[in-house]
Design a protein around this ligand. Structure first.
Ligand code: ADP
Ligand code: ADP
Ligand code: ZN
Length: 213
């Protein structure tokens, strides 16, 4: 199964992509996580991506598309994957489509998690992330058992630099301008599923599994 997660920053893509990956035993491929790992390791790719990410802008397609296509060519992706944070632009969606078509493959579902902008800021400012395993929590809406410690792996939680209110505003703007048009793109492809993202995380997941099965 090949699944794409769509939705604004903070809509819950990462949270649900991790659930989907577990349920269907497929890898969770997050371009944001790949960029952050590269920044942490000081690679050239990380250096190129960092300034865009800190400014709340998209990393250019020339960098992002090749990186993602390489990742999904790896062995663990041969039975499918859940893409979280890619595609984010029409050229990214078209490149993915072309690459899959060449192999006689296609995306099965594009899951669009809908949350109004007014709820996004509260979600982002309370978000805490585990740099070790990629899990995300929320200080109010999805707290860990022990404050500041990842339930999954015991890692120390951090607040992402790009989750401060000014950057969140910019990212939302970029989302509406460059990423929202993908909803139409996947609607036309006949694979779009729209999910209400304002209910509790477990209920969002229930709605997703209902459409996927
Ligand atoms: P969120 O889950 O809050 O939407 P991500 O972790 O997916 O954030 O992405 C963080 C940042 O990484 C983005 O703001 C952007 O700068 C960069 N990024 C991630 N995926 C892409 C992509 N497909 N195209 C361009 N930039 C990306
Ligand atoms: P995205 O990957 O789309 O940027 P995340 O999955 O990281 O979004 O979620 C953003 C924040 O909102 C996190 O702090 C997360 O714990 C919280 N969150 C996720 N789903 C819900 C939900 N259904 N209700 C309330 N908060 C949520
Ligand atoms: Zn962890």
């Amino acid at each position: 199964m090949k699944i794409i997660m769509l939705g604004a920053p903070g809509a819950g893509k990462g949270t649900q992509a991790i659930n989907i990956a577990k349920e269907y035993d497929i890898p969770h491929v997050s371009t944001g996580d790949i960029f952050r790992a590269n920044i942490k390791n000081g690679t050239e790719l990380g250096k190129a991506a960092k300034e865009y990410m800190d400014a709340g802008k998209l990393v250019p397609d020339e960098i992002t598309i090749g990186m993602l296509l390489d990742r999904i060519s790896e062995e663990d992706c041969k039975n499918g994957y859940v893409l979280d944070g890619f595609p984010r632009t029409i050229p990214q969606a078209e490149s993915l489509k072309d690459a899959l078509t060449k192999r006689g493959e296609k995306i099965d579902f594009a899951v669009d998690i809908e949350v109004p902008d007014t709820e996004i800021t509260a979600r982002m400012t309370g978000r805490r992330s585990c740099p070790k395993c990629g899990a995300t929590y929320h200080i109010k809406f999805n707290p860990t058992k022990q404050e500041g410690v990842c339930d999954e792996c015991g890692g120390e939680l951090v607040q992402r630099a790009d989750d401060k209110p000014e950057t969140v505003e910019k990212r939302l703007h970029v989302y509406h301008e460059q990423t929202q048009p993908l909803i139409d793109f996947y609607e036309k492809e006949g694979v779009l599923c729209t999910i209400d993202g304002t209910v509790a995380p477990k209920d969002v997941f229930k709605a997703i599994t209902e459409v996927l099965s």
